[in-house]
Design a protein around this ligand. Structure first.
Ligand SMILES: *Cc1c(COP(=O)(O)O)cnc(C)c1O
Length: 363
């Protein structure tokens, strides 16, 4: 079986270094917000080209903390792509804000910049962009709109560690960005983790305090905060893996290019290629009318695939108030999309086998 994602193999590459950094943590006697956290935050901020990085418990909290940091709440609207993972939208609604969904472009699967302006109202506070599947959002129009209407740009960069747009990394393309270090992400911990990056020093300070019960000085609470911190073991592991992130992303690009050049099945729609660096291929999404049959066929041939995602947020029970919305582009994507295995540890033979198998598929 070719696994969709072999996490064991991914982490095995760095076992010795990870082992010795975990030992450092154990020996230090300090387990939350210590030296390892400082190392990683400094290195990740530098990597993204942002002034500040604040570690936190997970990606959902990273977005939640940004919204709390800005003080957005009931009565505020935040524009968000309709085609995203549910966490993007939960971060908005859990703060009492209203998420305003915008349809994606069928060519990029990312939110369509031309459909944003008509959704802006006097209540709009921010545009939350999601670099979905690892592909950086076309930012130019969004930068313009944010300036024109005085809106914040919040990046959900949970799938785009290392992606570059116009010479800048995801994490430095807006006012603040949230990352997830869930094990399956391009930069993944051995547990949960996340962070916020921003160039805004005041916001960074506030977010760091909010993530620590609203306190920057022990037992002095200036905000009604939460507990969302990155532990030392995860920070140490992430700091090891960060060094190899560009190399890992380049291997993903090699595999993606091989898929793009060699999958020739006329029933399959391949993702559109953009310039090399703007996509870190967290996911390699193909589309086909007979998606479920293709998935079954690949599975019978020893190839594990996934669907990102089978049910769009507006059709989820959690957003029952949205269930009657018609978002045809989003729905089209969700009913036809299939993610092929892609990861830095896949072998050439595995990739070739997948291509051969897909090209043989005849519905
Ligand atoms: C993974 C993910 C999140 C949430 O991250 P967690 O660490 O699982 O909380 C948010 N947004 C997107 C687009 C994601 O892929």
């Amino acid at each position: 079986m070719i696994k969709f994602l072999d996490l064991y193999k991914i982490n095995e590459q760095y076992r010795d270094e990870i082992d010795s950094r975990i030992k450092e943590v154990l020996d230090s006697g300090w387990y939350i917000r210590g030296e390892q956290d400082k190392f990683f935050e400094k290195d990740f901020a530098e990597f993204c080209g942002a002034k500040h990085c604040i570690g936190c418990a997970n990606g959902l909290d990273a977005l939640n903390l940004i919204i709390k940091g800005y003080g957005f709440g009931v009565g505020d609207e935040i524009i968000v792509p309709a085609n995203t993972y549910i966490a993007t939208i939960l971060a908005i609604s859990m703060n009492g804000c209203s998420p305003v969904p915008v349809e994606p472009s069928i060519g990029t699967y990312n939110l369509n910049p031309d459909l944003i302006e008509e959704k802006i109202t006097p209540k709009t506070k921010a545009i939350m962009v999601v670099h979905l599947y690892g592909r950086a959002v076309q930012m130019d129009k969004i930068w313009e709109l944010a300036k024109k209407y005085n809106l914040k740009i919040i990046e959900d960069a949970a799938q785009a560690h290392g992606a570059i747009y116009n010479g800048k990394r995801a994490g430095s393309l807006g006012d603040a960005a949230g990352f997830s270090f869930y094990p399956g992400k391009n930069l993944g911990a051995l547990g949960d983790g996340g962070c916020v990056t921003t160039n805004n020093t005041e916001l960074a300070k506030k977010i760091r305090a909010i993530a620590n019960y609203g306190s920057s000085e022990k037992y002095h609470n200036i905000y009604k905060g939460i507990n969302s911190r990155l532990d030392e073991i995860q920070a140490a592991i992430l700091d090891v893996k960060l060094k190899y992130l560009d190399k890992d992303n380049n291997r993903r690009r090699e595999i993606a290019n091989y898929y793009l050049e060699n999958i020739k099945n006329p029933d399959i729609i391949l993702p559109k290629k953009v310039d090399e660096t703007s996509n870190v291929w967290h996911i390699f999404p193909i589309r086909t009318k007979n998606r479920d049959e293709l998935q079954l066929y690949l599975n019978e041939n020893g190839i594990e695939t996934m669907i990102h995602y089978p049910i769009p947020p507006h059709k989820q029970l959690a957003y029952i108030e949205w269930n009657k919305l018609s978002l045809p582009v989003t729905e089209e994507i969700h009913s036809t999309i299939l993610s092929l295995p892609i990861s830095p540890v896949m072998t050439d033979t595995e990739v070739e086998d997948i291509v051969r198998c897909i090209n043989k598929y005849d519905k």
